[in-house]
Ligand binder design. Sequence first.
Ligand SMILES: O=P(O)(O)OC[C@H]1O[C@H](OP(=O)(O)OP(=O)(O)O)[C@H](O)[C@@H]1O
Ligand SMILES: O=C(O)c1cc(=O)[nH]c(=O)[nH]1
Length: 186
Amino acid sequence: MGKFSDKYYLNKAKLLKQLIEKSYKKGNFTLSSGKKSSHYLNCKPVSLNGEGLNLISDLFLELKDSRSKAVAGLTLGADPIVSGLIVKAASQGLGLNGLIIRKEIKQYGTKAGIEGPNLEEGTLVTVLEDVVTTAGSVIKAIKKLRENNYVVEEVLSIVDRQEGGLEALEDENVKLKSLFTIKDFL
Ligand SMILES: O=P(O)(O)OC[C@H]1O[C@H](OP(=O)(O)OP(=O)(O)O)[C@H](O)[C@@H]1O
Ligand SMILES: O=C(O)c1cc(=O)[nH]c(=O)[nH]1
């Protein structure tokens, strides 16, 4: 038997088709890091579509380290993905919690930087991301989780643009597991 189920490869092909149709655009774009690019992948039209999120959730659930007890991500790109995964896990009888990391701490109310259930110190958390370019965004999330005594060993992303993110994550002792790379869109 291969590493992944037959359904995993079927779902991957379906997701790639959706991303090519709805997410990949050529043009002049400024990226989150300030870099310029002649193309951009906006995953939100896929992650905020029921069929698209269902595919992402199935794939990430199979790709995820089965030991991790929570999935987390930096708002906003990760919000639907974290939510999709925890619902999918519950439908399969798996206990999985979700954490959303704010870009800025709320100055009122609970002043929380991380939203979600209060989990035990040392909980192994998988970080989710739609697109990794420099990995700056996802590293922000990892740092916040580690400050809160969670353990992070892996990031799952839909697309790795292969612009230094994997190496930057390696420097943080985190493994990047990506469904696709930018080469799948060129
Ligand atoms: O690897 P990086 O160089 O950090 O770039 C990738 C990040 O950029 C995008 O988010 P964006 O900052 O556009 O925020 P959003 O999720 O709120 O749209 C994307 O969702 C990643 O989080
Ligand atoms: O680097 C980014 O900001 C970025 C690139 C990309 O292709 N898609 C995205 O959502 N963000």
